[in-house]
Design a protein around this ligand. Structure first.
Ligand code: FAD
Length: 389
């Protein structure tokens, strides 16, 4: 996007890509479907990025979600929002977008050189010198858009951070974000349930109990994954600096309360607890939760003691789990941290330290949740950086 925008501003442009194809990460986005943006307007969109969100204002105004959809339409990619919020190409294939972008680059006369890994970048007498594995390139302006640290095989090799540091920039500490989480509790590995919709996960440490997320939850062999876990992981990843293990409470029953459950059990007093719970939870999970609650599967709610009732209701509404790690950057869809925003001019994406040096995308200290936020940021910041304001 930076290249396309630069070309629009009458620049001669060259893209250097280390892999043998451009946009390899884009191919993997949205499970191969590419959730490229969403329908939120400016203010709520920025809010989702937390305290750094306001930095994006100029970029999002220069190239909004509507601009992105219009751009896609102009290059022949129709988009839609099947759930009214997340926007995808109507083909539900990220390759549709990649092919259209490649065509646009060709039509605009933008040179692309793949298998060109930048190894060193210096600046002398107003000219940038980019040494790659096989060549040396010179330019008046440079946009560094080398992405984050997650999914090394998709191009996240990390040199970009070294380049910006060599120019005197500082980095906000990098954390893997948006990845599956490992869970200590053995029972979790026995849950073979399908997706559990609208689950809520919340940190169970007083100082951090505002950190929570809601969405679809999936159990895996040694932990939990799914959209809610990705968003939650993004929130808690810095806590691993302080804690080896993070206790959390999970509500897998669509935020139902203890009173809601009591009502449910009252309606069918002769039914076993596990049969009643089948209305709201998959069998494998019911079995494990009853084991933790030390309640026999065939018991009815009426037949258990008051203490057992209290314990059961608590475990069902606030299921305790202990998160004890993740696979780190290997499976991190996003990197939290990056180039210190104080050192970048938000109106242009130009470095405040080195003139004519611009940044775009995930390399800067901006990260958003699941839902097309991060690609919109990459496109918007790329567009603004490429404008060479
Ligand atoms: C599996 C997965 C699914 C995702 N799904 C979504 C989604 O549906 N919606 C969403 O909004 N976001 C999603 N994201 C996040 C999104 O893909 C990124 O935020 C976005 O791609 C960042 O764009 P970027 O241009 O900054 O970096 P990238 O897309 O990572 O591009 C950086 C490019 O720079 C190249 N490069 C790096 N170093 C060098 C070097 N030294 N020399 C030459 N080239 C180099 C890389 O090879 C790469 O091609 C997903 C991420 C992953 C991993």
């Amino acid at each position: 996007m930076a290249a396309i925008s630069s070309k629009k501003h009458k620049q001669k442009v060259l893209i250097l890509e280390q892999l043998d194809e451009i946009a390899i990460k884009l191919k993997a986005t949205g499970g191969g479907r590419c959730n490229l943006t969403n329908t939120l307007s400016l203010e709520p969109f920025m809010e989702k990025f937390g305290k750094n969100g306001r930095f994006m204002r100029d970029a999002l105004i220069a190239f909004s979600s509507s601009d992105l959809q219009e751009f896609m339409s102009d290059i022949g990619v129709q988009t839609h929002a099947p759930d009214g919020f997340r926007i995808f190409p109507t083909t539900h294939k990220s390759t549709t977008i990649i092919e259209a972008i490649k065509c646009k680059l060709l039509l605009d006369g933008i040179e692309v050189q793949c298998s060109q890994k930048a190894l060193e970048i210096t600046k002398k007498e107003n000219i940038f010198c980019i040494k790659t594995t096989s060549d040396i390139f010179y330019s008046h302006n440079l946009v560094i858009a080398t992405g984050g640290s997650g999914y090394k095989n998709l191009g996240a090799t990390g040199e970009g951070y070294e380049f910006v540091k060599s120019f005197g920039h500082s980095l906000k500490k990098l954390y893997p974000a948006m990845m599956p989480l490992l869970v200590k509790d053995d029972w979790v590995s026995k849950c073979t349930a399908d997706t559990i919709a609208k689950a809520t996960i919340q940190v169970d440490i007083k100082k951090y109990n505002k950190l929570k997320a809601t969405g679809d939850l999936i159990f895996s062999k040694n932990g939990i994954r799914g959209p809610v876990v990705l968003d939650f992981a993004r929130e808690i990843t810095p806590l691993f600096d302080t804690f080896d293990e993070i206790p959390v409470i999970v509500n897998m029953i669509k935020e139902k309360t203890e009173n809601d459950l009591i009502e449910l059990f009252k309606v069918t007093p002769t039914e076993t607890i596990s049969n009643v719970l089948l209305q709201i939870l998959p069998k494998s999970i019911i079995q494990e939760l009853l084991k933790i609650s030390k309640i026999c599967e065939n018991s009815t709610y009426k037949s258990i003691s008051g203490e057992e009732k209290i314990n059961l209701l608590r475990i069902l509404t606030k299921t305790p789990m202990t998160i004890n790690g993740s696979d780190g950057f290997k499976l991190a869809m996003i990197t939290r941290g990056g180039i210190n925003l104080k050192e970048i001019n938000p109106a242009s994406m130009e470095s405040k330290i080195i003139s004519n040096l611009y940044f775009a995308g995930e390399i800067v200290d901006i990260d958003g949740p699941c839902g097309g936020y991060n690609l919109q940021w990459a496109f918007s910041s790329g567009f603004l950086a490429g404008s060479l304001k």
